[in-house]
Design a protein around this ligand. Structure first.
Ligand SMILES: [Zn+2]
Ligand SMILES: [Zn+2]
Length: 174
């Protein structure tokens, strides 16, 4: 999905995508696609302001039990761009001065094209936690037999006790 910034119907245009838009996101499976709304505002001096919201359900695998679970990405975001072909945006004051620092980052656009997929992908990546656990109480997999301890009770621990008793009995017997 792309927006041609030189062909906006108005300097202030709202775009709606989805629900069910496909966004390729390496390493992530998105269940049911993405829905998003982007408000594109062409400001002065080639500055483009994009305000948006998005909603997606990302299917993830739990690091502990390897079970699948969903993460809901429900984000609002703002991006600032500058069209490379336009003149430099006017900076208020001196950049190095205390009051001159820009409060936001401006990405330079070489072409007047806004890649919506890129924005949505970035939002998804920002939302996915580093450590993926399906729930606080996830009991993980049994180190002995690999059973998912959230769903079943394996017999490893009881076997271990039996074998300890067995060893004791053998010692007694000799
Ligand atoms: Zn888990
Ligand atoms: Zn087990």
């Amino acid at each position: 999905m792309k927006i041609a910034l030189d062909r906006l119907a108005a300097p202030h245009t709202t775009y709606t995508f989805g629900p069910g838009c496909q966004v390729a996101c390496a390493g992530f499976e998105i269940a049911g696609g993405v829905s998003a709304t982007l408000e594109v505002h062409l400001a002065e001096h080639g500055v483009v302001v994009v305000n948006g919201t998005m909603l997606a359900t990302v299917v993830q695998q739990c690091d502990r039990c390897l079970g699948e679970f969903d993460i809901t990405v429900n984000e609002s975001f703002t991006y600032h761009y500058h069209l490379g072909c336009a003149q430099e945006p006017e900076r208020v004051g001196d950049d190095s001065g205390e009051n001159g620092a820009t409060a936001y980052e401006i990405d330079e656009l070489a072409e007047p094209i806004l890649d919506v997929d890129d924005i949505l992908r970035e939002q998804i990546y920002l939302c996915i936690p580093h450590k993926l656990i399906c729930g606080e109480g996830c009991r993980g997999l049994c180190a002995g037999c690999g059973a998912n301890l959230n769903n079943e009770k394996c017999s490893c621990s009881s076997k271990r006790i039996e074998s300890v008793f067995g060893v004791l009995q053998n010692i007694k017997g000799t």
